[in-house]
Design a protein. Structure first.
Lengths: 307, 257
């Protein structure tokens, strides 16, 4: 059965068309990650699915119902930190459980279970303002995992978390998915999307490709990627790296340089020599497998982390 | 009831734990209640002092209610908007009107607790009120108008001013402006004629004058705020401001984009 279906979805804000005919199908129990740069329409799409905004045209069904009628079975975690810093973890969950419609006694039982599931039992009576970023995020996911919820929609939930907290957090999401919850995760971080069973690439208001993560990477035509970290970072160095690798294309130059090229093993000595001539030290040079971000770049000529 | 009580409880918990909110809302009126009679001790005859203290208690209670409803409520809504709470609630099976009522109840209970505290403090400080069941009930009705109008103004601020700090400061500024220009500090008779008109039209200052008239005496109100036309004006403007605030809140904070 299809859990989430969006057909020919359009959304405009004034003259700006943000969604330009999105078709999305997420099966029940699937873990679907939606990747795309800022401004590609990801948040608008999931906001429509979570019935926060209405589409200009097109059709949406959540387990066969209209989004407005599916509020009891959708758990939505928007961007930002919506839990109250002045309430404890338990009080926050009680608040959302009662908003969800549970009586006080039902809510108390459910909240205890959620705190346990999220690993927050020991911190339950501490103010949320004293939580770490990862704990706060887990608390907010708990507000979207009440027993009736069948689909979890998360909008860039791991933004701002350190790698360890992110790993831990994604493990919890994966665990919820293993327990039968359908997950739609919006992210611009390739590593986060790797754990999904299906990944969709979104750009300029449409989904341009979707498949299993491995297939997306394979179909991008990328085989190996050269990662170079240098003591100097400027356009001259970037051009040198491209010029001295076989059919090289720069995938990323924000953190370090990531270049896709033919025969990267052969390019390494040449690149090292050229950089040395320019007085630039090579801090690290290695070959790695392409990431989903590389595959996205290959398809769109855009970095997924920067619009 | 569950949704309403959940929102009310959240509001109260947040206000009681927010030291700045407590300082602005409780400590400032308590300070002025204690200091104003003390400063004026030399200028006011001893037999008038109990009435003066009663007037100061009423004015400071009004200041407290205005601060709570105009500044704290506006700050709370703006903060929740900023944090994305309304987006979250829109995705949940939450009735907007229930959330609104819960929020308003929360601020009313909070300010009522403050009013009881100030009244007790005033009484123990030597304030003397003209108390009988009729004046008490009538005063409570005017207190309700103060709450309605202030809540309406708070909701209007929250609907337009983005950011907790900006909304709170706008609420505080409007509270102080109304308080000083509305004849709640300076005697009504000492106000310039334009401000006298403002004091009669503004539902908070006219309701404050009505409570002073009922519980302390005509001399402290400066005019008769219990004339039918004045009561009608106070009632109509209070309800209108509240209704506009509620409408703007539901349209702008709970809007479908």
């Amino acid at each position: 059965m299809n859990a989430i279906v969006a057909s020919c979805l359009h959304k405009s804000f004034g003259n700006v068309e943000v969604l330009r005919g999105v078709d999305l199908r997420v099966e029940e129990g699937e873990f679907y990650a939606l990747m795309g740069p800022n401004g590609s329409g990801k948040t608008t799409l999931v906001s429509i699915l979570a019935s926060v905004i209405t589409p200009t045209s097109g059709k949406v069904e959540i387990f066969g119902r209209k989004p407005q009628e599916a509020r009891k079975i959708i758990g939505f975690v928007p961007q930002g930190s919506f839990s109250s810093p002045m309430l404890t973890g338990r009080e926050n969950l009680m608040y959302f459980a009662q908003l969800f419609g549970y009586s006080k006694s039902e809510a108390e039982k459910i909240v205890d279970e959620l705190l346990l599931k999220m690993g927050l039992s020991r911190a339950a009576d501490r103010l949320a303002s004293n939580y770490s970023g990862g704990m706060r995020k887990r608390l907010e996911v708990a507000t979207a995992l009440f027993p009736e919820v069948k689909a979890l929609i998360l909008d860039e939930p791991s933004t701002g978390l350190d790698p360890s907290a992110r790993k831990n957090f994604l493990g919890l999401i994966k665990g919820a998915n293993r327990n039968g919850i359908t997950v739609l995760l919006v992210t611009h971080i390739g590593e986060d999307a790797e754990i999904a069973s299906k990944v969709g690439f979104m750009d300029e208001g449409v989904i341009i490709a979707e498949d299993k993560p491995e297939r997306l990477k394979r179909n991008s035509g990328l085989e190996k990627v050269l990662n170079v970290e240098t003591s100097i970072k400027d356009e001259v160095i970037a051009n040198t790296l491209i010029d001295h690798s076989d059919d090289g294309r720069m995938l990323e130059k924000e953190k370090g340089y990531r270049i896709c090229c033919n025969n990267p093993e052969e390019a390494i000595p040449n690149i090292s020599r050229q950089l040395d001539k320019l007085g630039c030290k090579v801090l690290r040079i290695e070959i790695s497998n392409p990431s989903l971000e590389d595959a996205f770049y290959r398809l769109t000529d855009k970095s997924v982390r920067r619009a | 009831m569950g949704q309403i009580s959940a929102v009310t409880r959240k509001m109260l918990q947040e206000f009681i734990r927010d030291r700045m909110a407590l300082l602005w809302t409780f400590a400032v009126p308590v300070f002025f209640l204690l200091i104003i009679p003390f400063i004026n001790a030399g200028n006011i005859p001893a037999e008038v002092m109990p009435g003066f203290k009663a007037y100061a208690t009423i004015s400071m209670t009004t200041l407290l209610m205005m601060t709570a409803c105009q500044a704290n409520l506006a700050g709370s809504v703006a903060s929740d908007t900023q944090r994305g709470l309304y987006l979250k609630m829109t995705s949940m099976p939450v009735k907007a009107w229930k959330e609104g009522i819960g929020r308003i109840l929360g601020i009313l209970i909070f300010s009522l607790l403050g009013a009881i505290l100030l009244a007790s403090l005033g009484l123990s400080y030597g304030a003397e009120f003209i108390l009988n069941p009729v004046t008490l009930i009538e005063s409570l009705v005017f207190l309700m108008f103060i709450s309605l109008a202030s809540t309406g103004i708070g909701l209007i601020i929250a609907s337009f001013v983005k950011g907790e700090s900006a909304a709170t400061h706008t609420g505080v500024a409007l509270t102080l402006l109304t308080f000083f220009c509305g004849g709640m500090v300076a005697p009504y008779a000492a106000l310039p004629s334009a401000l006298q008109v403002f004091a009669r039209f503004h539902p908070v200052s006219s309701a404050n004058a009505a409570i002073a008239f009922l519980l302390v005496g005509e001399g402290f109100a400066g005019y008769n705020p219990l004339r039918i036309s004045q009561i009608g004006l106070t009632t109509a403007i209070s309800i209108a401001v509240f209704a506009v605030g509620l409408m703007l809140y539901s349209k702008r904070c709970w809007r479908k984009r």
